[in-house]
Design a protein around this ligand. Sequence first.
Ligand SMILES: O=c1[nH]c(=O)c2[nH]c(=O)[nH]c2[nH]1
Length: 297
Amino acid sequence: MGIVLGANQYGKAEVRLVHVDRSSPRHVLTDLNVSTHLRGRFEATYLAGDNASVLATDTQKNTVYAFARKYGVGSPEDFGLRLARHFVQSQPPVQGAQIEIDQLPWQRIEVGGQEHDHAFARPGGERRTTTVTVDGDQAWVVSGLTDLVVLKSTGSEFHGFPRDEYTTLPETTDRILATSVTARWRYASADLDFDAVYPEVRTLLLETFASVHSLALQQTLYAMGQAVLEKFAEVAEIRLSMPNKHHYLADLTPFDLDNPNEVFIAGDRPYGLIEGQVLREEAPDAGLAWEFVPGFI
Ligand SMILES: O=c1[nH]c(=O)c2[nH]c(=O)[nH]c2[nH]1
């Protein structure tokens, strides 16, 4: 009985590319998940481990980042066609290429009714949350939101941290800052127009994220909590959990390309996890408000 190799293809899956067009102060953000699939004469590697025809998947990934810098991104369709044609035309064993691209949507955050130049939020996915607790005749309300994904393409620095023998992180005065906000705030009363307050707190969290020039995600977290407490007397305390969704500047120097904060690798894990509570010194006692509330602290 003969055994033969059937259909096959190979490539790099889920190359997370974030491109920032900084040619004007109104940044254009393109966030893609790119997968490459090459088809062609690859029997030798499957059958004998002969890689002479195998364009490494690592090379395919590098091509995605290099092309973003060289040609910009534009529509995902044009970007995909450019990549696919490049692989087919530049590598004789490659007869066909299929490029799959998912684009992650971002909307500009509005500050004072004006679209922000470099602060964005991911539409959808976010949820409003509440946990109410009643004990005898006492009642507590902890409300909030989770999975509110936000990103600033500039206006964020991180430096001045200690350097020990294990520190490799470069200092930066301009980086992408992105996080998925979980916020839970405790109301000072259980008798409020909750539907009126909620959207205003949400808006203020977004506006503060967008407006604060960040020297650390910790500072941004505190500023967001502080803004809510300053504006809303009915909020006694707020707790925030904000993963630092790292974006790494792609090193394009091996391809003789500079990268002036334009092409980023969106990291998945590990991520920094920044959490904190901001409260009024005179806040009424939390009682059972946080008992068994999922989350942190
Ligand atoms: O805003 C930040 N806070 C940190 O504590 C930290 N640590 C790190 O590696 N990057 C960052 N960024």
